[in-house]
Design a protein around this ligand. Structure first.
Ligand SMILES: [Ca+2]
Ligand SMILES: [Ca+2]
Length: 388
């Protein structure tokens, strides 16, 4: 009897403890905020200082409110020449301290940067993204200084450098491996992750940035239409929030809890000098000549080596990519750099010595381990904002 009482006491303590922590889960609604100025629209953005931005259909105003819905005023969005612009979905860029926005009704989509204080919008580039309707719902700024852009009710997401160079396109998949479709909002996650809102499907989906493969999904506790999305790591810290914009008037934005650490405010605020960053920005290389040919490069230039895909799991090429990015970054582990150079000298790019096969060369596992270590370093390395 005594033991039973003791067990009940433990159970009660666990119950009380769990109650005090509320056991919040990813996908839980944190709060719903009615728009301070009501209306129709698809946009929501958040800077890293608890200011929420949105626009309304038929207006060129950039509206601001705080995380409890207090109206913080508005500023008209205009070009430098004074022409009014109706902007749809927007994404905060913490590095440049600007909003990236899509022009309403543009097809293919015109992309602008917007100064949140003055409202002055600067044309950036025209995307390849063709969209149905007139609302432009998906834009996200990535910490490697790229953008992910989709139109409305889209099946694809296009990937661009901040200078507007098209890097590729993904077609996100559903759990069964078919085309996901209905994509409106897009948010960049940490690592190989995008969060997507599905127009009218009341669902938030995680897919792989690299190829669109399905990872997971949860029912959206937001409105009936998850249009624009935005990562907000600040307003409800330490809880990580995803803002979702409801289309229909009077309009609201919903803060939805996300798994801790899975997205960053405004792309993180520093440029992460990943392998992709260096591949896309040869003009930023300071300690290697992109057109020089290393002895281990199989006759290719450094820049050409970045363009070779590692067919058959060719570890020489995987290692060469990681090594080049690590050399271009500052502060890579010296032992890893030396090991990589020795391996590449023994097994140059194009030798196919280290392809995946039965009885693969014993150096293959070592090359992959060194590449993984250098890649972990590259994924955390920061560098200067591109000068473009
Ligand atoms: Ca939509
Ligand atoms: Ca957004």
């Amino acid at each position: 009897m005594k033991r039973l009482t003791f067990s009940l006491g433990i159970a009660l303590a666990v119950f009380l403890l769990s109650g005090s922590h509320a056991w919040a889960q990813p996908g839980t609604l944190i709060t719903t905020i009615p728009l301070a100025v009501p209306g129709t629209g698809v946009s929501v953005a958040a800077d890293c200082q608890e200011v929420i931005y949105y626009t309304l259909s038929g207006s060129n105003n950039l509206y601001k409110m705080d995380k409890i819905g207090t109206n913080l005023g508005s500023v008209p969005i205009v070009t430098a020449a004074g022409a009014p612009l109706d902007i749809d979905e927007m994404a905060w860029d913490e590095t440049r301290q600007v909003l990236w926005g899509q022009l309403h009704g543009s097809n293919p989509v015109d992309v602008y940067t917007i100064n949140p204080t003055t409202g002055v919008a600067t044309f950036a580039f025209t995307s390849a993204t063709v969209s149905v309707g007139t609302f432009r719902d998906g834009i996200a700024f990535d910490g490697d200084d790229t953008l992910w852009i989709s139109g409305d009710v889209s099946t694809t997401i296009e990937h661009y450098t901040s200078a507007g160079i098209l890097l590729g396109s993904i077609t996100p998949k559903n759990a069964a491996g078919g085309t996901l479709g209905l994509i409106s909002g897009v948010v960049v996650g940490v690592g190989d992750l995008l969060y997507l809102g599905r127009n009218g499907a009341v669902e938030i989906v995680q897919v792989k940035k690299s190829n669109g493969d399905f990872i997971a999904s949860f029912a959206s506790p937001g409105g009936t239409r998850d249009e624009g999305l935005e990562c907000d790591a600040t307003s409800f810290a330490p809880t990580l929030a995803l803002w979702s914009r409801e289309f229909n008037p009077p309009g609201h934005v919903d803060a939805i809890e996300l798994e801790a650490g899975t997205c960053e405010c405004g792309g993180g605020g520093t440029v992460t000098c990943t392998l992709g960053f260096w591949k896309n920005h040869p003009e930023e290389w300071t300690n290697l000549d992109p057109n020089a040919i290393p002895g281990w490069g199989g006759g290719n230039t450094y820049l050409q080596i970045f363009g070779i895909s590692p067919k058959q799991g060719d570890a020489s090429i995987i290692l060469a990519h990681a090594y080049l990015a690590a050399v271009l970054n500052t502060g890579a582990p010296a032992a890893d750099l030396a090991a990589a150079l020795a391996l590449l000298t023994a097994h140059p790019v194009g030798s196919k010595d280290l392809v995946a096969k039965k009885n693969a060369h014993p150096d293959r596992a070592l090359a992959l381990a060194v590449a993984a270590s250098l890649q972990a370093f590259n994924e955390s390395a920061t560098c200067e904002l591109p000068k473009s």
